[in-house]
Design a protein around this ligand. Structure first.
Ligand code: PMP
Length: 390
């Protein structure tokens, strides 16, 4: 279905629901049909659609100013307050934020910072990872299907298997950075062993390589803590955020120490530049989003139990495995066709589920963190019915 002759498409079979509005955990189409959103715009609307606190802050900022100058020149209160809030929530070594427009841009900039800081250019990345659709991020993504038509890529990247400590020998004194999702998202929710990220951290420290955690999908409470790294007790040198960071508005960040970040001010000056990064309306929304998660609502505390409730209720002989951490879940079936049919059946029943980029045998569940236990029970009954229909 083409939405418009003039609107670019990314797939020959888009879901194509005609959106009228969205509120909390629900999306409404133009016919008035209501859908329970079990994917949060792919891990974006963690606090639900249009949280009133976010909307209020957006309106307030609209009345003051929109874009005034590219990032880093003028002092803008929404950027300053957001950076201060992040510094108060993160370890001291992650006390300096640079705001960008998207996840892929955050990763691009993180890779540049690692090269600038180490004077090295080699990157170690993980097989089956996804870090974004632009050239640099795609170069360090381990998704062959998405890459093969777009070669050549940035040279100097070595791919290793995620969660295999024996392969960490490939990280050496030539490595500028290791980029990793603490829990792999588009690979179908791959959760590392308890000590893997710790051993990885030690190896990076030993050889002087920077450790980049891409928490673009795992951040903002998705895995049950504000950032996934808190659960693994490992602090990266650079942290990248996007998706749910803006509470529904487009904003990303790469975050490191003030000492490292200051390298972008000289040799060359303007070491990373962006016109719209840190847009004041997006920063106001992102701060409101963090306030919702850490001060106004207690949803974060319930994420682990809600995730477990999904796993407990989703018992069906078509389900081969459920990989779950917090409210980040992959439900593995037997074939891609089964996945397609379940997603179609769920849409009929008023539920939005979705695919993974590179794991065709599984569908994703990543509901807003504010989903209630009654909604989870209702959704799981519909999912079981959808599986029964196969
Ligand atoms: N990193 C991860 C882990 C992601 O899941 C994604 C998006 N799926 C990205 C980076 C890219 O983010 P964006 O689409 O905002 O560029």
């Amino acid at each position: 279905m083409a939405f418009s002759e003039h609107l670019a498409q990314t797939s020959p079979f888009p879901l194509g629901i005609e959106i009228a509005r969205a509120e909390g955990c629900y999306i409404f189409d133009t016919s008035g049909k209501r859908y329970l959103d079990l994917i949060s715009g792919i891990a974006v609307t963690n606090i639900g659609h249009r949280h009133p606190h976010v909307i209020e802050r957006i309106y307030s900022q609209l009345d003051l100013y929109l874009h005034v100058i590219p990032f880093g020149e003028f002092s803008q209160a929404p950027q300053n307050k957001l950076a201060d809030k992040l510094a108060s929530l993160l370890p001291d070594s992650l006390n300096c934020s640079y705001f960008v427009n998207s996840g892929t841009e955050a990763n691009e900039a993180a890779l540049k910072l690692a090269k600038r800081a180490t004077g090295r250019h080699e990157i170690v990345a993980m097989k089956r990872s996804y870090h974004g659709g632009t050239h640099g991020s795609l170069s360090v993504s381990g998704n062959e299907v998405k890459k093969q038509q777009f070669r050549p890529f940035v040279p100097g990247t070595t791919f290793i298997d995620f969660n295999d400590a024996s392969q960490l020998r490939h990280i050496n004194k030539k490595t500028a950075a290791v980029i990793v999702e603490p829990v792999q998202g588009d690979a179908g929710v791959r959760i590392p062993d308890a000590d893997y990220l710790k051993i990885l951290r030690e190896k990076c420290t030993e050889v002087g390589a920077l450790l980049i955690f891409d928490e673009i999908q795992t951040g903002m409470g998705r895995t049950g803590s504000l950032f996934a790294f808190e659960q693994f007790n490992v602090v990266p040198d650079i942290l990248t955020l996007a998706k749910a960071f803006g509470g529904g508005m487009p904003i990303g960040a790469f975050i490191s120490s003030k000492k490292l970040m200051d390298l972008l001010t000289h040799d060359p000056i303007l070491g990373h530049i962006t016109t719209f990064g840190g847009h004041p309306v997006c920063c106001a929304a992102a701060l409101a989003n963090l306030e919702v998660l850490t001060e106004k609502e207690s949803w974060l505390a319930g994420v682990h139990d809600k995730g477990k409730l999904f796993v407990q209720l989703l018992q069906h002989d078509r389900i081969k495995e459920i990989r779950q951490i917090g409210l980040m879940m992959a439900v593995e079936l037997n074939t891609p066709e089964e996945v397609d049919r379940v997603i179609e059946n769920l849409l009929e029943a008023g539920i939005i589920g979705f695919y993974f980029l590179s794991t065709r045998n599984a569908f994703r569940l990543a509901p807003p963190l504010c989903i209630t236990t009654d909604e989870i029970k209702w959704a799981c009954e519909r999912i079981i019915e959808a599986l029964d229909e196969l």
